[in-house]
Structure formats: C-alpha cells, structure tokens
Design a protein around this ligand. Structure first.
Ligand code: AMP
Ligand code: MG
Length: 422
C-alpha cells in the first residue's frame, strides 16, 4: 500500500540549472539565488524514534503533546506555602510529610502553614511559593524566615516554558541535541522527518589513486573523496561512496547510471571544465539539462550542473581547495533544499584583518583563514593546490565581488568552518 509517508516528490525539471543567457561570469549571489529558487525536496518522509532523530530534518512542525513543566513545581530545595509573605519575621507550623520530585504530597497545605519541598516536586495544593532552605531555621515542627517573599517565588508555573498544543519546532528545521530535549520534555517520542538524502561522492581523473595505496610518481592521491564524504556526512546526509572514475566516457557513464539508481544527488569532483579531458561536463552535455556555471569566485572554476537520469549532479572542480570551497558555498545549501531542509546561509563574523591585500573587481574571494589574537590571519599562499592550508585554517575570509584594498586592522567577514556545520 502507498502510505503518504512513503510518497516521494517528482523529479526536478530538466531546466532547473539553466542560467539566463548572456552573463559570462556568474556572480556567487546570482548562482545562490538560482539554486534557491529552482531546487526543492526530492526525498520522502518517515517517522523515527526520537533517539535516532539527531541531525534529521523535520518534515512537519513538532507540536507539544503536553505542557512543560506539566505542573507547577519547586525550583529549589526549601519550604512551600501560600505566598506572599509580608516584610518581617515569619513563623509557620510545618505540615507533616514532604514533596519531592516524582513523590508528590497528596494532601493540601492549610493557609499559614508550610511544607518541606525539594527541587522539581509538584507544588501541593495550597502552595504557590517556596522559601530557600538556606534562608530558614527550623526545629522540625516550625519554620522561621524573613519576608518579604513574592507570591510564586522560587516556583515554576505549569506551562511557563512550553504549552501543550503549541508549535515548538518548525518544519524544515534540522534537529539538534537540544531539540531532542525540547521534544522529549513535551512528551514526543517519535518525529516525522525527511528520509535521508543519499549523496553520492565520485572522484574523477586517470591520475587518481586511493589514499594509502602504493602510487607511481605520476599518480595523485584522491584527496577529495575522503574530504567530501566527511563533509556531506557532517551535514546529516547519507554518504554513498562512489569511488573513482577514470577519464573514459564509457566507464564514467556506467558509474553514473549505477549512481543515479542509488543516490538522490551526486557530487563529483574533477573533469568539470570545458577541456578535452573534462568528461563529466561532456557526459552531462548529452542530458539536455547541462549547465556550466562560470563562477565569479576564487578559488573555483566552472561548476558543472545537470541531471543524470533525474538525479541532480554537482560537478565540483578537481582542485581540492576549490572543491571544498564550492561544496561549502554552493552544494551545502543546495543539498539542504533537496533534503527538505532550509536554505542555509553561513553565520559570518566581522573581525579585524591581520593582513594587507588588494583585489580586483569581478570575483568573490574566499581565503583560508584562522583567528589569532582576535584577528583573521590568512594562509600565506593562495595557491588552490595547497591542501595543507585547509587544515591550517579554521574558516574562510570572504572578500566581496568589488575591488577592494584590505589594510591591517580593517574589518573583514570571517566564516568559521563551524558556520558550515563542519
Ligand atoms: P580537473 O578539474 O579534473 O582538471 O582537476 C584539477 C586539478 O585537481 C588537477 O591537478 C587534478 O589532478 C586535481 N584533482 C582532481 N581530482 C582530485 C582529487 N580527487 N584529489 C586530489 N586532487 C585532485
Ligand atoms: Mg581531471
């Protein structure tokens, strides 16, 4: 039977990556706008137990099943009574018994009397105010303390945090550890989330060899695949490691056919330009959905986009630094939309530059950077082959498309890698 839970949205349209003609260099902002307006969820939904829901994307809002706290209770260890208590010395007879968390006092406390109460205990009938145990003296039958104490002091009201029936988390939100507490506290045990987006990661290039394998001098270790697999996993998607493809159209075609069956989206690296060894671009050209976006961004060359058998393909540059920057800037928000989540914009911070630099107009630049003494220092080399700079950095400095001279101490935009969920 076809349950609505299992319904999968229709595939993307063939022209979803088509850019308006004319623009040769595509500004980053235009590319992001395009992705934002043309991509939509491609996954179905499923209902999972709360303890398996961290990192998953809510398909429907979460409604509080009950209020939090469910009943008025004590915020401290102390003595409960009916408030307020006026200014001056107070003496109250103590009711026999006590109220503790999970061990409510069933009777009622007469006006003018008090009862021993512990943190988290439901307030017994007749109690709305608690005096801290540190502020009293008692002989076990009478309580003495100094007023004034306002009604409701040291007590939590029923529903003061969340009310039964209220929306506590919106759809499209990706669940954090804290969200699991929020849902659990209001009685939720299952959540309806998007099925995980299966993201294939494929490296392309005849020169590539797997990490750890013996290599000829002319071979290059595949650095992109471990990096992109880990990156995509950190974003909460299901990683499908598609291995390496040689620069041979027939082999690439076979790999892509298999990948389209197993993946909801495919990230490839390498072979994405318009040269004779750029087989990913060549392959996608035949699909009628191909678009080569010449991004006005450094580092980065063209992004090759297209649908392979209805599966969106993001052809990232082969260069590891460019591949990672393009993944963070373009693929992250795009994959989030495909996965049924929100469009994601990384949180940026203005920090003083610990460097001098001039840049020309026309390209947005991302510099590998880290914070030192409250200032953003940048990796000494901008060479995009310098993989070590990615490890050195804790984030990126983003310089705008316009021409700019940055002097030491000028504010610049710093995007920590944590702003990209890494
Ligand atoms: P391409 O975009 O295929 O022309 O590759 C650009 C540069 O990135 C070349 O120097 C490639 O050897 C290098 N490259 C491509 N893919 C990878 C990879 N998976 N790991 C490390 N370097 C790569
Ligand atoms: Mg290549």
């Amino acid at each position: 039977m076809n349950s609505p839970d299992k319904l999968i949205p229709p595939p993307l349209r063939n022209d979803c990556f088509a850019m308006p003609q004319g623009a040769y260099w595509t500004p980053v902002a235009d590319a992001l706008d395009h992705l934002r307006t043309h991509l939509r969820p491609v996954t179905g939904t499923e209902t999972v137990p709360l303890h398996q829901a961290a990192g998953r994307i809510l398909a429907t809002p979460v409604i509080a099943r009950r209020s939090h706290p469910p009943q008025a209770n004590s915020a401290v260890d102390g003595y409960g009574f009916a408030g307020p208590a006026p200014v001056g010395a107070q003496h109250m007879p103590l009711v026999m018994g006590r109220a503790a968390a999970g061990q409510p006092f069933d009777g009622s406390v007469p006006h003018g009397q008090a009862i021993r109460i512990l943190t988290g205990a439901s307030l017994p009938q007749g109690v709305d105010t608690v005096v801290l145990q540190e502020d009293v003296t008692t002989d076990g039958t009478t309580l003495a303390f100094h007023g004034p104490l306002k009604s409701g002091a040291n007590a939590r009201k029923a529903g003061e945090d969340m009310l039964a029936g209220a929306e506590i988390l919106p759809a499209l939100h990706r669940l954090t550890a804290a969200d699991l507490a929020t849902i659990a506290a209001t009685g939720g045990g299952m959540v309806t989330v998007r099925a995980r987006l299966r993201v294939g990661i494929l490296s392309t290039g005849d020169e590539l060899i797997a990490a750890g394998d013996p290599a000829k001098a002319s071979q290059i270790y595949d650095a992109n695949r471990p990096m992109l697999c880990a990156t995509v996993a950190a974003w909460g998607h299901e990683v499908v490691d598609l291995g390496r493809a040689p620069d041979r159209p027939d082999a690439l075609r076979t790999i892509m056919n298999d990948a389209a069956n197993r993946c909801d989206a495919i990230l490839t690296s390498g072979g994405a330009s318009a040269g004779e060894e750029d087989h990913m671009s060549t392959l996608l050209k035949d699909t009628g959905s191909f678009a080569l976006w010449r991004m006005a961004v450094k580092p980065g060359r063209p992004l090759a986009l297209g649908l392979w058998r209805d599966t969106p393909v993001f052809g990232l540059p082969g260069n590891p630094v460019a591949a990672q920057v393009c993944a963070l800037i373009f693929a992250r928000p795009a994959l989030s939309l495909l996965a049924g989540g929100n469009w994601l914009t990384p949180q940026a911070f203005q920090v003083p530059a610990a460097f001098d630099k001039s840049k020309k107009a026309g390209r947005r630049e991302y510099l590998r950077a880290r914070i030192s003494n409250g200032q953003a220092e940048v990796f000494p080399s901008e060479g995009s082959g310098r993989i070590s700079g990615l490890s050195w950095a804790t984030g990126l400095v983003e310089l705008p498309d316009e021409a700019l001279h940055v002097s030491y101490g000028d504010p610049v935009r710093f995007l920590p890698f944590s702003s990209f969920d890494l």
